[in-house]
Design a protein around this ligand. Structure first.
Ligand code: OGA
Ligand code: MN
Length: 207
């Protein structure tokens, strides 16, 4: 069981999304939960993770010139994953209540960037595809050093650099999926993140 996200925290996220479309947070995930996620990843068999693909459905392909991370999807049947998913469920409900975003579900994966890995500049949702609406990225890297690189760079719609986010333990970035191109700079140490997407349902937004 996870403690509830505070109303104050949900207000901060909602207000930032209205004001500027993104927010960087350092205290949204309780430390017990991030430490459990980290412990799980330290014990994980990374070689069983899948090479991350780009595109969806039949267009999916693996292109290691674009991204070179390895991923594993969270599963609510796993107790540690479920705690994180519960928190994201609270975020989903809190944002829907405040902003009527119609967020319908959430999918997320762990991503491991081994030394030398990166993810070139991209957007998570193609304009008008009305699928991925809001992106979350959560970092699980204690003792991250500046020379480890691996920053998440967030650009604005005109492609100027808005934020340079070191992937430090406990940091979460939340941004509107189709508005913000972003990239993961080459990492020089093993870098672990959880990327996730709140989606709307085509059935209710198909007009
Ligand atoms: C993604 C992504 C960023 C990160 O998976 O789409 O942009 O820091 N991830 O893991
Ligand atoms: Mn992305």
């Amino acid at each position: 069981m996870v403690p509830p996200l505070s109303e104050a925290m949900l207000d901060v996220v909602a207000d930032a999304l209205v004001d500027k479309g993104y927010v960087l947070l350092s205290d949204i995930i309780p430390q017990e939960v991030s430490l459990a996620l980290l412990a799980k990843m330290r014990a994980a068999a990374i070689w069983e993770f899948e090479p991350a693909a780009i595109g969806r459905g039949i267009d999916q392909q693996i292109d290691t010139k674009i991204r070179a991370d390895k991923i594993s999807w969270l599963d609510k049947k796993d107790a540690v994953d479920n705690d994180y998913l519960q928190l994201m469920e609270q975020l989903r409900e809190g944002l829907n209540r405040r902003l009527f975003m119609g967020l319908f579900d959430y999918e997320s994966h762990y991503a491991v960037y081994e030394s030398g890995a990166f993810y070139r500049k991209h957007v998570d949702a193609l304009k008008g595809s009305q699928n991925r609406i809001l992106t979350t990225v959560f970092f699980l890297n204690p003792h991250w050093q500046t020379d480890h690189g691996g920053e998440l760079i967030i650009y604005d719609e005109d492609d100027s650099q808005l934020e340079t986010v070191p992937p430090r333990m406990g940091t979460m970035a939340i941004f509107m999926s189709e508005r913000f191109p972003h990239e993961v700079r080459e990492s020089f140490a093993t870098r672990i993140s959880i990327a996730g997407w709140f989606r709307v349902s085509h059935a209710t937004h198909g007009f």
